[in-house]
Design a protein around this ligand. Sequence first.
Ligand code: CMP
Length: 220
Amino acid sequence: LKNETIFGGLTDEELTRVIEIMVIRQFERNVIIFFEGEVGDNFYLVLSGEVRIYKISPDGREKNLALIGPGDFFGEMALIDKKTRSATAETMSKTRLGVIHQKHFSDLIDQYPEIALKMIVQLTERLRRANQQIESLTFKDVQGRLVQFLLQYADENEDDDPVPLKKRVTHQIIANQIGASRETVSRILSQLQKEGYITIKNRLIYITKRKELKDRWERK
Ligand code: CMP
């Protein structure tokens, strides 16, 4: 809890209090934590694994809003504005969550305003990302959006080509992320592979010509 979570600034004593009110729950892969539209009374901190936040269209298509990994939180919105869940949350792998009930969550915020401040920083980051998504859905074609996704998910720790993505993603996940069909994603990926911009090894995508990829599509 100490590092890089919204509880990062607390003293050991204060952290002990957080741990006391937190219930640890383990979930298998592809388990729905809650559905959009439900009444929500829990806040969730991802301890390990990954959770996908998404919306479903009336005809069953899914659009991912975010992938939430270790150290990050979700489920705060329904507690803050007392409205229903704004999206559906589902585990992408075996996942451990720290669950805090609404009544304890409000107490925590009252007692430790620094938690609220850290949360605002996170929410600001999410709004920036959402704005970027609006921009690319409005102004870019599918190919441009896919390239932007690849560049965004490239491992920042790697300077030299080929740069691997931070993790393995299925074509379906990419499709849900950029608002396209799985077939289109597969077609564009093999085209990029044929043209030498990416390679795929062990189901992990590597960008082989990052600069060229940026120059050709990012501004499109
Ligand atoms: P809540 O509305 O309670 O339930 C769905 C949760 O998904 C929401 O709280 C946020 O924690 C999270 N969420 C919704 N929209 C986004 C977004 N655009 N980016 C990141 N997380 C989001």
